[in-house]
Design a protein around this ligand. Structure first.
Ligand SMILES: [Zn+2]
Length: 77
């Protein structure tokens, strides 16, 4: 797995790799987020979805979730 300089923690670490997110967000996570921060987001994401009452099956809520993903990972849109 390639190493990245992580946009969130600032450390050079093993990258998150393919995360299954679409478009530029998926590419940004792959290139700029470490595996550890990505795992942290996956755990946090569950609370975020519950907190906002998001339904990721709907397009609008998915967009909101992607926005929150960028925010959490310090990836400016
Ligand atoms: Zn990191």
């Amino acid at each position: 797995m390639a190493e990245v300089t992580c946009a969130r923690c600032g450390k050079v670490r093993e990258g998150a790799g393919k995360v299954g997110l679409p478009g530029s967000l998926g590419a940004d996570v792959e290139a700029r987020i470490c595996a550890e921060c990505w795992r942290e987001w996956l755990a946090t994401q569950i609370r975020v979805i519950n907190h906002y009452g998001l339904r990721p099956a709907t397009r609008e809520d998915r967009e909101k979730l992607y926005e929150l993903t960028r925010e959490f990972l310090h990836l400016a849109a």
